[in-house]
Design a protein around this ligand. Sequence first.
Ligand code: FRU
Length: 498
Amino acid sequence: MPSDVLQKARDFEVQYGSHIPDNERPAFHATPTIGWMNDPNGFSFYKGECHLFYQYHPYSNEWGSMHWGHLKTRDFLRWERLPAALAPDQDYDSAGCFSGGAVELDDGRQLLMYTGVQRERNADGFIQDVQTQCVAIGDGVNYEKWGGNPILDGKDLPEGGSTIDFRDPKVWRDRDGTFYAVIGNRTADGSGAILLYRGIENYRGEFVRTLDACHNQYGKMWECPDFFPLDGRQVLITSPQDMCPMGLEFHAGNGTLCLIGDYDTEKGFTRQAAQAIDYGLDFYAPQTLETPDGRRIMIAWMQNWDTVNSKPYNCRWFGQMTLPRELSLKNGRLIQNPVRELEAYRRERVIHQNIPVCGEINLPGVQGRVLDMTVTVRPIGPERYRWFRICVAKDGEHETIIRYRPDQGLLKLDRIRSGLPHDIVHTRSFLVRSRDGEIKLRIILDRCSLEVFVNDGEQAASAVIYTQQEADAITFEASGSALIDVEKYDLAFDGQEV
Ligand code: FRU
């Protein structure tokens, strides 16, 4: 039986969720049923279907008391809405059901593991969080919180670990049948660490070790960890708060961090490389799953805490997920490409090859706001291009620009003129691998977002844009001469059964 708090959220979804017309949402990116969405939670397969839960406040377009919203999909692109899964209805989660993971239990039920938040007054009279880890068990729609919650609290922390910042368990079943979880924690030096626990199948957790720690190098608190094998290596991802820029690799504020290394049950995790995950403006709290056919897929909140106050006036939903991405490793770096399922929705192929660009052009058939377009740019002639730009979501007043400077190997995303009426961060520049002036950009547009995949996934950059939908022109412009190939498809989801 759902609690009154959960039933109220479910009734609210039924009453108001259907008021939002489909064309006011992205065509294939996950959005909340109604109200606010942040982090992806419990991104996992259950009984052969992919479930995605999310941090959810149905009652407004702002962050509030955290529920878990619920979606499922067969192809990562068309999302079926399910009733809200969790609500803050117990003492131990009265201030919110924060982020977490999900896993199928050996008895066929689904286990959700999440952070329960309570508020208390500290010695200075200030309100502070107490965060513990809790579980709920269910059948893919309805979940019951376990009577013995929380399963992990302050006494399960290593020395110096903070109970104020102890959150976001990501749980998985290992090949040996043991259920593990990684959890973010703040240590005595004030910065983050990722803790590993095992034995979650018994609704408890035994602390195994600290996998890696920030030591004030990459931001402060490390949120939303995930830990998985990839192409023979081991990858630890996390979303650090309060980062400082490091050259063009990491930007200030809430960022993302991918640590690539090896894992040995005796020695633990040995970190060999660190990089950002997404180089755009809106990307946070990614989570991954393994598909039955062995692919590692990542999804993230396509938003940033530093920019959430800029939103369309009176919008009835706010927050969306990225396009799920297939991950791999190449030359010790993370490679990200759109899920291959996207190709099944391509329509109306338009192709232009070896088109000279000197000044600004547009190309027949190349426009739109729900599309998949690959552009390859090469220098040509004695006046090799000094910069090249692609403007999308364009009309007389608006445009969002992707600009490449081959001499500096610099790619820049710029949405200053996308129509967002707030003076927030609108541009991001990052270094891409130089290939003698040649660059390949796959650009995915979905009404209110833009995702760019550079050189077959060597880098990805995401941004939300709330430009009016009529702004659908696309132009190409070079200073100097370039030769381009463009392959563009519309993406069509209408009339498709979920
Ligand atoms: C990350 C985060 C998590 C937390 C959740 C609360 O975006 O701050 O650490 O569980 O959001 O909504």
